[in-house]
Design a protein around this ligand. Structure first.
Ligand SMILES: NC(=O)c1ccc[n+]([C@@H]2O[C@H](COP(=O)([O-])OP(=O)(O)OC[C@H]3O[C@@H](n4cnc5c(N)ncnc54)[C@H](O)[C@@H]3O)[C@@H](O)[C@H]2O)c1
Length: 297
């Protein structure tokens, strides 16, 4: 199966493409060449004709190319919105089997104003910043191309990607190298909370979408979900360890041992939909990590 990865020189593309190439024939594209030996096509997604050429004879497009920060609105709209439409138009013309759109949880909301918790895929969308709005528009166009033309599209609302040092190429934890506080904190709202911790999980998420029939257009949150429920919110905002202990027995002692302090938790995500429909969950849960830690000690 031929997979085209756009934005392949970016943070996600650089880590995703080589691992994905163990399973599929991966072709990379970007405006600058990634530092690997995978086949590369230079293509600016704002140029419709170039996009049509780059997407010929491809089965699946993983669309990562985007601007994440910018001082004015035009480049954001050109790359994130028009560029995404160029991908969708070309996918239609070239009979692409599936377009996987890398969206963001920020397409729905960010900050603290969520109408309910946990944040799921049905939360009413109120994107705040220009980037967030353009990511939401990308999702809308994916849905539109599916509804109107039957193009097979999927939106992955990534909680973010910020790898923790200390994972092997196969996604195993290297206990002598891993930053345990950083890794564990992700599960309970500290540091860059809920973000995907390693390239292996990132790749397995996209692989799960490639291998699953997701039609019609659907949206999935991908990241580190938490098991807390709405009724936990008040206590999580005051004494998070009391709640965490209910779901992760022994966590308070474990956090103390590794020196992790947990601040008030004001929001969290559920990734149950991705687990149920895609069969995706990160390789290790917090309970797995605690168990491995004690048996490796
Ligand atoms: N990094 C995160 O934590 C995060 C979180 C949520 C969603 N996402 C989404 O994942 C995707 C990848 O993010 P990233 O962190 O790798 O971003 P990045 O900025 O590291 O990479 C984006 C890539 O897109 C390329 N690009 C920009 N303009 C282009 C154009 N006109 N034509 C072709 N390529 C172009 C850039 O050269 C770059 O290599 C984005 O769509 C982003 O919105 C990322």
């Amino acid at each position: 199966m031929k997979i085209l990865v756009t934005g392949a020189s970016g943070d996600l593309g650089r880590d995703l493409s080589p691992i994905l190439s163990r399973y599929y024939d991966v072709i990379t594209t970007d405006i600058r060449k990634p530092d690997n030996n995978l086949e590369f096509i230079r293509c600016d997604i704002t140029q419709p004709e170039d996009v049509k050429k780059a997407t010929k004879d491809i089965d699946v497009i993983i669309h990562l190319a985007a601007l994440l920060s910018c001082e004015t609105s035009n480049p954001f709209i050109d790359v994130n919105v028009k560029g995404t439409c160029n991908i969708l138009e070309a996918a239609l013309e070239n009979n692409i089997k599936k377009v996987i759109y890398a969206s963001s949880v920020w397409a729905a909301a960010r900050g603290g104003n969520f109408p309910y918790l946990p944040i799921d895929e049905d939360i009413p969308c109120k994107p705040e910043g220009m980037y967030d709005i353009t990511k939401r528009m990308g999702e809308e166009f994916c849905e539109y191309f599916n509804r109107l033309y039957g193009l097979n599209t999927v939106n992955l609302r990534l909680c973010g990607y910020y790898p923790v040092e200390g994972f092997s190429d196969n996604g195993d934890i290297m206990w002598d190298k891993v930053d345990l506080c950083a890794l564990v904190g992700r599960f309970v709202g500290t540091g860059p909370s809920y973000k995907i911790t390693n390239p292996w999980d990132l790749t397995q998420a996209f692989k799960a979408v490639i291998e699953t029939d997701t039609r019609p257009n659907d949206t999935f949150i991908i990241g580190l979900g938490a098991p807390f429920i709405q009724e936990d919110a008040e206590e999580l905002g005051k004494s998070p360890l009391n709640v965490i202990g209910k779901y992760y027995p022994g966590a308070a002692e474990f956090f103390k041992e590794i020196g992790l302090e947990v601040p008030a938790i004001n929001f969290w995500y559920t990734t149950k939909k991705a687990e149920k429909k895609l069969g995706f969950s990160p390789r290790f849960s917090l309970n797995d990590i605690m168990e491995m830690y004690y048996s490796n000690r």
